[in-house]
Ligand binder design. Structure first.
Ligand code: FES
Ligand code: FES
Length: 168
């Protein structure tokens, strides 16, 4: 007897993304990156490999930088996600975004959202890093254009700017 294919059951999740709560039904196999891009339309988070190598898909999940191609959407249920769309705003860039702008830390820009999200999470844990520490922190993010030198300078720029900002 021929088997009939049945669509996988969907799971209801609720995730706060960039400050807004989104309730949605997802397949249990749905990756967080696909949920963000295809269901929420947040295409600033990129897919460069799908094998956890490139870092183009990095977002913050509950304050930690994660490769969203290695996280299931259901694992984010009840959590808070920040994507590149939630960082800075037109006319008011985050210091890391400003660093990439000022130091020419990008060319094609494909890796840049992941680079920025990784750098922000890194600087939150290490506000005054050495060059070697910056390079180590970014080892999971691949750039095929820049040669990395200006990306490191961008993070150094941001670290200096953030450490000299007046406390709230
Ligand atoms: S798409 Fe996630 S690490 Fe490359
Ligand atoms: S700027 Fe092109 S991949 Fe990094």
């Amino acid at each position: 007897m021929a088997e009939t294919a049945t669509a996988p059951a969907k799971v209801a999740i609720s995730v706060k993304v960039n400050g807004t709560v989104h309730a949605a039904d997802v397949e249990p196999r749905t990756l967080l990156v696909h949920f963000l891009r295809e269901q929420l339309g947040l295409t600033g988070t990129h897919v460069g490999c799908d094998t956890s190598s490139c870092g183009a898909c990095v977002v913050h999940l509950n304050g930690q930088g994660v490769k969203s191609c290695t996280v299931l959407a259901v694992q984010a249920d009840g959590g808070e996600v920040t994507t590149i769309e939630g960082i800075g705003s037109e006319g008011s860039l985050h210091p890391v975004q400003e660093g990439f702008w000022e130091m020419h830390g990008l060319q094609c820009g494909y890796c840049t959202p992941g680079m920025i999200m990784t750098s922000i999470a890194f600087l939150q844990s290490n506000p005054n890093p050495s060059e070697a520490e910056i390079r180590y922190a970014l080892e999971g993010n691949i750039c095929r254009c820049t040669g990395y030198q200006n990306i490191v300078r961008a993070v150094q720029y941001a670290a200096t700017k953030m450490s000299s900002a007046p406390a709230d």
